[in-house]
Design a binder for this molecule. Sequence first.
Ligand SMILES: [Fe+2]
Ligand SMILES: [Fe+2]
Length: 241
Amino acid sequence: MITNQAAGTTIDEVADGIYRIATPVDVVPGGFSFNQYLIVDDEPLLFHTGLRRAFPLVREAIAAVMPVDRLRHISFSHYEADECGALNDLLAVAPRAAPLCGKVAAMVSVGDIADRPPRPLDDGEAVTLGRHAVRWLATPHLPHAWECGFLYEETTRTLLCGDLFTQGGARHPATTEGDILEPSEAFRGHLDYYAHAKNAGALIERLAATRPTMLACMHGPAWRGDGAGLLRALGTRLEAA
Ligand SMILES: [Fe+2]
Ligand SMILES: [Fe+2]
């Protein structure tokens, strides 16, 4: 569903109760996309806010599915503008919402910059939303930022995998079962956004152990398939780099 014709923002349900909001942009040659994921439940959660300047588009897309003031958790992988630039704008329109992030992010950035205190998550800590439950998996410096981590939604087996498998291009289908490893590796060839931490292989293996059936990418389509296999294939490529 298109929620803003001028910007091309769309929202689509990609798993039971999980919606992908996507906005195409032209910040890099060939185009790019910024996605947010909305989990609609008793305690709705938004994973990634989008850029601060894109706030009106994200608010409009959420409002197409549920009242924005129902939001309870505003979560994100790490502290960058596309992950959490609109955090305070969202807190202002969702009075019962609080930031939900890893404890490193809370300590280093979010405890200071957010207009309300964050709920810091330990590695492996779970939060029940209602029908859904998310678990924080800390992945320091994978792909980048000390505070980096991901949320795994257990009932739909969706890994909200943030910047992993980042693909170029502005417009994608909401979901795909086609290959995303080669397109993301091609993108990384031009813009290597990885910190290349020594323990990347071990962190990838921890993510693979959740055996996700959906990898919900922040830049590109949400991918359906054997998530453990694809994560391990990425790990092999990173080790060879
Ligand atoms: Fe990032
Ligand atoms: Fe990102």
